[in-house]
Design a protein around this ligand. Structure first.
Ligand SMILES: Cc1cc2nc3c(=O)[nH]c(=O)nc-3n(C[C@H](O)[C@H](O)[C@H](O)COP(=O)(O)OP(=O)(O)OC[C@H]3O[C@@H](n4cnc5c(N)ncnc54)[C@H](O)[C@@H]3O)c2cc1C
Length: 302
């Protein structure tokens, strides 16, 4: 089985998230080749690569990148063309799927025996999906697969396409800085739906203060307007990597884990001993946060 993995490159840098594509292919037991619009100076150390030059093709140009990918598909004849479920991937994948007349399966979080697992019901459940045909276009959820380095000798095939495009890549504009920047915080204490109601968020905020850290939150807490969006951690919030991350009443959905699992030390407080957060936590305290968190805060304040 063959996969063509669509790597990512931004502001002159090869993105490490690309290695998650190799992790996915390893779980699938598939051969890999990488497609990248990037630069020869920032390639992985090994593997077969189809490379188009970002300087001439633009770091992002969906028309042109689609044509370049179709060229690589024709040469490689892969079973699966695999994108990251990123702003690059979710824009480009449907264009490629439509051009190839293939099914697309989006936000894959697992794979078993050729059946893909996709989150549903706001991440509460998983659906098993099998494309009708033998080939498909896939996008994989950020953080769902461990990064893996490609193996084998490096071989680079250069691609180019002179088709005039109505689009031109202009550049990136940083988002206006507002609120707190959790990405720089060394300690984050996050409130999940397990806090129960808005008034209880202050119990989590008090622990954050006692530890000298910042308050984070899962998405339901933000959606309920208990905490402002700039505190949200996860795929649709901020990606953080503090020295200490304390998850209070957070189940550990893949979209939350993608935003915090690179933290140095993860302490989770959850009344469910089987909560998925336990799989990434260094320490899981099985307790009612309403009892445990104020007691911990009081000890720290002594
Ligand atoms: C496209 C998309 C993007 C998303 N982006 C994000 C994102 O950026 N960030 C994010 O967080 N989520 C995101 N989600 C939502 C995600 O799928 C989960 O629904 C969400 O993370 C669950 O939040 P939670 O863990 O706080 O709540 P729940 O899953 O409801 O978990 C609550 C936990 O609290 C525990 N608990 C309850 N009461 C107590 C108590 N008294 N003491 C201790 N523990 C208790 C429960 O055992 C449970 O484990 C996204 C979903 C989608 C579909």
């Amino acid at each position: 089985m063959k996969t063509l993995l669509i790597g990512e490159y931004r502001e002159g840098k090869f993105l490490d998230s690309t290695y998650e594509l190799f992790g996915f292919a390893a779980q699938l037991g598939a051969e890999t080749s990488l497609f990248l619009v990037g630069s020869e100076s920032t390639l992985p150390a090994g593997g077969a690569i189809y490379l188009a030059d970002a300087a001439s093709c633009g770091e992002y140009n969906p028309d042109l990148h689609k044509l370049l990918i179709l060229d690589a598909v024709q040469r490689e004849n892969p079973d699966y063309v695999v994108f990251l479920h990123s702003s690059y991937g979710w824009d480009l994948a449907p264009r490629v799927a439509a051009a190839l007349k293939l099914a697309q399966v989006s936000e894959v979080i697992g794979v078993q025996d050729g059946v893909f697992e996709v989150g549903c019901c706001n991440g509460k459940m998983r659906r098993s999906v099998k494309p009708a045909g033998p080939k498909a276009v896939l996008t994989i959820q950020a953080g769902a697969f461990q990064g893996v380095q490609p193996t084998g000798a490096l071989s680079v095939t250069k691609l180019s396409n002179d088709t005039a495009s109505p689009m031109e890549f202009v550049g990136y504009e940083p988002a206006e800085a507002k609120g707190i920047d959790l990405a720089r915080a060394e300690i984050i204490v996050s409130a999940g739906r397990g806090v129960g109601k808005k008034e209880n968020v202050q119990i989590i905020a008090a622990l954050a203060k006692a530890l000298g850290g910042e308050l984070g939150a899962s998405r339901p807490v933000v959606d309920a307007e208990w905490v402002a969006h700039d505190h949200q951690v996860g795929t649709t919030g901020q990606t953080v990597a503090p020295k200490l991350y304390v998850a209070c009443g957070i189940s550990g959905a893949i979209q939350h884990l993608a935003g915090m699992k690179k933290s140095d030390f993860i302490l989770a407080i959850n009344k469910d001993k089987d909560a998925p957060i336990g799989e990434v936590a260094d320490v899981l305290v099985v307790a009612d946060l309403m009892q445990f968190v104020p007691a911990l805060t009081a000890q720290l304040q002594k």
